[in-house]
Design a protein around this ligand. Structure first.
Ligand code: 5RP
Length: 232
């Protein structure tokens, strides 16, 4: 099997383990990205088998997939608290379970859903586990389009070379919330909670892709087996 095929299998394994933790009657947060999409497929299978849940999607893309597969959707007008959310991540810091999210562009809704969840389960393959965040991926920062150049300059003071994310047509990528995304290439981050607090104060920043203290369980599929890491 190709390396890509192996990685897809690992993502599926992690997703399946998380979906096994969903119980009847739960309100379930539905993540975004390729790993989360395997979880939605598996959840839909369980729904076909009689499981009764309602999902709150973290993106339009996820909402479309879930509806197509027969998962009943709900929203925050009906439920303020989510029992369990299953989502992917771009990087997970092993010692803290802090994560980077947002390469798929859904970080704002993902963070709102994560923060409203009793339990956030992150599902990843082993390539995502790092000693320090920003080892391999930039930190996505969602910003208001108006004056984004000024916001980018403020972010650049943190030595991270913000880059406006573009779509396949070469135009600015627009998030579900109607915002731009600046991908910020930090050097590996020593104190992510401190950095997150500082970035949050920049005017024009809507949300940052550093998820601090939100993940309760990280399920990592490795070639040697599946690992469960809980937050202490
Ligand atoms: C989307 C995300 C995704 O969860 C993250 O990018 C991981 O995606 P994938 O499972 O496809 O690697 O944060 O905004």
């Amino acid at each position: 099997m190709s390396r890509n095929g192996e990685v897809e299998l690992l993502k599926k394994q992690a997703a399946l383990e998380a979906v096994a933790l969903v119980e009847d009657g739960m309100i379930v947060g539905l993540g975004t990205g390729s790993t989360a999409s395997y979880a939605i497929e598996a959840l839909a299978q369980r729904v076909k088998g009689g499981l009764k849940i309602q999902g709150i999607p973290t993106s339009r893309r996820t909402a479309e997939q879930a509806e197509r597969l027969g998962i009943v959707l709900t929203d925050f007008s009906m439920h303020r608290l989510i029992d369990l959310t299953i989502d992917g991540a771009d990087e997970v810091e092993v010692r803290s379970l802090n994560v980077i999210k947002g390469l798929g562009g859904a970080l704002l809704r993902e963070k709102i859903v994560a923060a409203a969840s009793k339990k956030l389960i992150i599902v990843v393959d082993e390539r995502k586990m790092v000693d320090r965040l920003a080892s391999h991926t930039p930190v996505p920062v969602e910003v208001i389009p108006f004056g984004w150049q000024v916001t980018a300059e403020r972010l650049a003071n943190f030595d991270c070379q913000p880059k406006l994310r573009l779509n396949e047509k070469g135009e600015p990528f627009i998030s579900d919330g109607g915002h731009y995304i600046l991908d910020c290439a930090f050097k590996p981050i020593d104190r992510p909670a401190e950095l997150a607090q500082q970035l949050d104060t920049i005017i024009g920043v809507v949300e940052i892709g550093l998820f601090i203290g939100l993940a309760k369980l990280v399920i990592t599929a490795k070639e040697t087996g599946v690992e469960f890491l809980s937050c202490k």
